[in-house]
Design a protein around this ligand. Structure first.
Ligand SMILES: [Zn+2]
Length: 121
């Protein structure tokens, strides 16, 4: 009986571990980076995750320095998604009013938000 009990305990421990692993999808990290101030806080050695909401792919981007981080969010920058095989565009314009906004959006050719940068932890 004693042996059976320890086998059961071990089985439960394994089950608990594997469910914990499933609860953490890869690439899901911190909050989305959408403002100039957030990009300006990035420095060399930081990592951000580029998430494509169209194909659910995650690409880790190494930040070389603050200047290269600012380049990521430049108005009109093209971001290529190798999975969608499409280029998406960085925009600071409000798709509804057409006016400028304080948050960056990455949109597809129809102006639909499709990608986001997330601070990698
Ligand atoms: Zn994609």
């Amino acid at each position: 009986m004693k042996t059976l009990k320890s086998i059961l305990t071990a089985t439960f421990a394994v089950l608990a571990l594997s469910s914990a692993a499933f609860a953490l999808p890869p690439g899901k990290g911190g909050p989305e980076i959408t403002t100039k101030a957030q990009f300006a806080e990035l420095k060399g050695g930081d990592k951000v995750t580029l998430v494509c909401k169209m194909c659910d792919s995650h690409t880790v981007v190494d930040i070389k320095d603050t200047a290269s981080a600012m380049k990521l969010c430049e108005e009109g920058s093209k971001i290529h998604c190798p999975t969608c095989k499409k280029d998406y565009k960085v925009t600071w314009g409000n798709p509804k009013s057409g006016g400028p906004t304080t948050t960056m959006t990455i949109v597809d050719e129809n102006g639909k938000p499709c990608m986001a940068y997330i601070k990698a932890s």
